[in-house]
Design a protein around this ligand. Structure first.
Ligand code: HEC
Length: 247
């Protein structure tokens, strides 16, 4: 009888354990939203590589609008993970390439492409590390199953067109990967666009708008990436038309 009881308890214990091991792969819960993806200026500490401090509104993360430009701007760079080079077999310029390996849907912590960035190993210098808000967006996107959402709402406010509210958030998301002071010499043709004077020079010579609008005879920017949304281009244009001030 005693033996039976022991066997019974042991099997209950084992069942409990068994069910546990099948439940423990839990997606870390994403905490309260603080910023929206376009608000990259609100990033309090861009050197932080964890995704716990800076969170983006869960429902607002949309792959084509928020996640793809990060991979295109910081990873799918010539000589690295672009379609031609495919360093280590990774072509990170398209959804198919990004999700082919290194992304484990629902599990950011097991997704190599994400953890290489949180650990600071990628992107390689001189490309700047991803900001905490960029990391948060990738984490949330993976946590919701890494879907290829294409029908993204336009998150852009054309009433915001000062240098600090309009230009900096757009350029930090789409241009600094190649045009920060650190990356410009090797990735951005030497053009530094992470400060007012650098951007202003490109306004004065007339190249900035032509590049953004992909006009003939200009260099299409972001190089190798999608053209910015009409709304973002309008924000830049309004800032220029109002005198391109350092405001
Ligand atoms: C993947 C890297 C990359 C990204 C991202 C990128 N650029 Fe460039 N950009 C370059 C390179 C390389 C050059 C130099 C082109 C040349 O001289 O052949 C350049 C040159 C420029 C120039 C100098 C004028 C010209 O046409 O030569 C401007 C202005 C510019 N980029 C604006 C932007 C803006 C604005 C963004 C973001 C919306 C952006 N770039 C994103 C790589 C990039």
């Amino acid at each position: 009888m005693k033996k039976l009881v022991v066997v019974f308890i042991a099997s209950v214990f084992m069942l409990y354990f068994y069910s546990c091991t099948h439940k423990t792969v839990v997606v870390p819960k994403v905490t309260t939203p603080v910023v929206t993806p376009t608000d990259s200026t609100k990033t309090t500490d861009s050197t932080k590589t964890t995704d716990t401090t800076q969170q983006v509104e869960d429902t607002s993360v949309c792959f084509q609008r928020d996640v793809l430009p990060i991979f295109q701007g910081s990873c799918a760079i010539g000589g690295c993970h672009d379609a031609a080079t495919k360093a280590k077999g990774y072509n990170l310029s398209t959804y198919a390439g990004i999700t082919a390996k290194g992304i484990f849907p629902y599990h950011p912590g097991s997704s190599g492409l994400y953890t290489e960035c949180t650990s600071g190993k990628m992107p390689k210098s001189p490309t700047p590390k991803l900001t905490s808000s960029q990391l948060a967006m990738i984490s949330i996107w993976i946590s919701k199953g890494a879907p290829n959402d294409t029908n993204c709402a336009v998150l852009c406010d054309t009433t915001k067109f000062t240098y600090s509210n309009g230009i900096v958030p757009i350029f930090s998301s789409y241009c600094y990967s190649c045009h920060a002071a650190s990356s410009a010499p090797t990735q951005g043709g030497g053009f530094v666009l992470d400060n007012y004077n650098g951007v202003h020079a490109q306004v004065l010579n007339g190249k900035l708008m032509g590049d953004l609008q992909h006009s003939t005879g200009f260099h299409n920017m972001p190089l190798g990436g999608m053209k910015l949304s009409d709304c973002k281009i309008t924000q830049v244009k309004k800032w220029i038309d109002a005198g391109a001030q350092n405001n």
